[in-house]
Design a protein around this ligand. Sequence first.
Ligand code: HSE
Length: 432
Amino acid sequence: MEPLRVGICGLGTVAQGVLKVLQNNASGIRRRTGRQLEVVAVASRTAKPEVDLGGATFSTDVMALAARDDLDVVVELIGGENTALALVERALANGTPVVTGNKAIVALHGERLFALAAANAAQLGFEAAVAGSIPIIASLTEALAGNEHDWLAGIINGTSNFILSAMAEQGQSFADALQRAQELGYAEADPTFDVEGVDAAHKLTILTALAFDAGFRFADVYTEGITKITADDMEYARELGYCIKHLGVARRRPAGIEARVHPVLVPQDHLLANIGDAMNAVLVHSNAAGDTLYAGPGAGALPTASAVVGDLISIAQGRSRLPRMASAEALRILPIDEIETAYYLRIPSLDQPGAFARVATILSDCNISIEAAIQREQTAPDAGEGRWVPIVILTHVVKELVMNEALIRVQALPEVVGEITRIRVEHFAGAD
Ligand code: HSE
């Protein structure tokens, strides 16, 4: 068969990884695919003469590459939003299949892009957009397509997982761990996207669209990062039998779909608790398959390139996996007030008789049941009004709205001398 003529926009870490995988694994890919995958053109705003382009032509005009009509597929790896979106649209409008690793454009403009792809009978591969090497897009759109999914939960930002793991296991500070993640090439160009949860929210938007036919609704995904997690929280969580992970969670409820990204207390013996460093993992609970777990490197040149090349091979073989679009009857994404979960609370309170009892009374008034509590003597900074101690409480499952109302009342107690920390808890059972 004729070679598949590939044009690549971008020459950063992942694009260089793609060139390497295609060069190093060329004969195996040809054997398995029945076709050669030939990179004929590369375009990038910045020239990198040191990179071996394997005979491909080079230009600095990415839009011109996307508009060419002699390519069988355009690979978008420039990142960012506007130019990337414009060039993907240009290629699709031309009927040229596209492979992208750009989670932002899929999460924010997925409806439009897949409609355009379908209208022009062009494939749009995006396996690399979620969790790097892990084949979660293929799993949801192909192997698990016969299931209804109850929930999925994933560690889908390697940088956050790296930072939380280093804080928990090596007692590193947040800043040191972030710097190391950046040195290792895990972090986004703007690391606030990692530590504030935006990168994970892009990925959860895509997973939610695929698993629940919910459409690409990034604006409705609740997003919270890891910047407020302290060494104390790590320690209390450990004492209570949990560890703290940053998760994306999507769950089907009778009233709609929960889609939320935030730190979570995970039981220490749970599979996701043992995914360390920059690894990613996604656990899917489906009505036929049961629990299936996908784990692997979620970032980095070769792992992400692996996903890009897998998409190129699908296109070379003429396989289609365009996702279904949100239909009119798509379930709504529930506002965060309506989610139901258990909670970890750390309440800085003056060390006075009755303080714990007053907190417990408010929770009880709100019908919030306490599962465990820790209040131990501690040498804490003087808040100016006497010694204070953290009251740490684990609750049973409750609606977030009810918890919010209770916390307003607890925060207003005269004994409470600082901001209450609240971290959601997951047990991954059907109702929680
Ligand atoms: N910054 C991302 C992460 C890279 O840390 O997971 C892959 O999207």
